[in-house]
Design a protein around this ligand. Sequence first.
Ligand code: 5AD
Ligand code: SF4
Length: 464
Amino acid sequence: MEKLTYTHDAQAAAVIASVYQDAPPLAYVHSFGCQQNVNDGEKIRGVLMDVGFGMCDNVEQADLILFNTCAVREHAEQRVFGNVGALKKLKEKNPKLVIGVCGCMAQQQHIVDKLRKSYPYVDLVFGVDGIDRLPAMLAERFRRGKRYLENPKARNAVVEDLPIRRDSGFRAWLPIMYGCDNFCTYCIVPYVRGRERSREPEDILAEFRQLVEQGYKEITLLGQNVNSYGKGLENPIDFADLLVRLCEVPGNYQIRFMTSHPKDASRKLIDTIAAQPHLCKHIHLPVQSGSDRILKQMNRHYTVEQYHELIEYARSKIPGVTFSSDIIVGFPGETEEDFQKTLDLVESVGYMQLFTFIYSKREGTPAAKMEDPITREEKTARMDRLLRTQEKIAFASIASLVGQTVRVLVEGAGRLEGTLNGRLDNNLVVEFAGADTLIGEYAEVRLTGSRAALLLGELADTQN
Ligand code: 5AD
Ligand code: SF4
């Protein structure tokens, strides 16, 4: 693994300045997919601003349009192609417009080939490891007056000190590792984001301290499998110990993290969550399926029983802990019996939130070669049944919270005038009356009722 440090590219900045002599150029950057991608998008904005770009949130105004893409499911890829296709007219009107596609989709050769062949108005293509080189790529595009399309290659590096323009002033994403080594058979991530590599704890701590000093109230640590953090570092450290070191930083903040892989989530981690007040008492623990047979086919390396043991251990150690999960419906060969086991698991765990996905075939993954006899209609019907089961459980557990007074982080305006949205420690949202000045602060809210998945409340007291 290579550690690189970003440095300002003065030459590239000069080339960009010479192209846009009349007025500073504006960039529109849109990120699809997971939080890792959103954080990459924030870095893309930071890097572009470092070489003279301003930001805009309207494609019509933009000199550069960049889609930072997701490859996890086919639907996300289709949306990107749809969005790119819609820009053709804009490019005809303004031939100087630069259109770029980057991120996970651009990390697949067949996608780059398709962009090269069928989307001639796309000027710039680069993968997940290209953010630090974006100024140089843009300069190259202008110097040569030709499209700049990079073929995917894995660089296996960690780049530190990238400038960043964060979307929020009170919630921040903090990646602790990149890539994934798990090779779940349905998943494209290890192929597009490369091998797992951890950031040095000192680099993470420095960024964390800075965020706390800047007043960030919630910091979410990111990694495809945070529980395997630290492997391969010169001085290996595990995730629980990293959390302890971060929690030593004084300040008024809370920490979340995602994603935990059940095979690597340790009892030590659970004990750490129980002991550290800064850590949210909520664990996102994707189970994917409730059938041991399917879990094996997925290469997940745990059984339903082991998963239950972990949940039970957490419940015994962390009062009020809640869980959320990801589930894939209709994995190749999933029978009615397998699916019923998933419903049983969902009922017995009682998740606060569930993220459900119909299996999407990803070219190049082992599951893409498996027999998949179940029809789309059957998969959709199973999805509906899963959602109905989850709704029943979640609404009941949400309603059971009514009467409590809880601390929330106020995230923004609610749907009704004069109301605010606050997020509980367990990731649920409560709506209550309050002034805009509370946005970005903690508030004490008494939960007075619930409407489906939404909690209703009233301000009890405020604190910073
Ligand atoms: N099809 C459907 N869902 C998928 N996920 C990952 N790959 C696929 C796929 N090929 C889901 C998993 C993962 C979440 C981020 O996306 O549930 O946890
Ligand atoms: Fe994909 Fe599995 Fe890695 Fe998650 S742990 S990114 S599902 S391969």
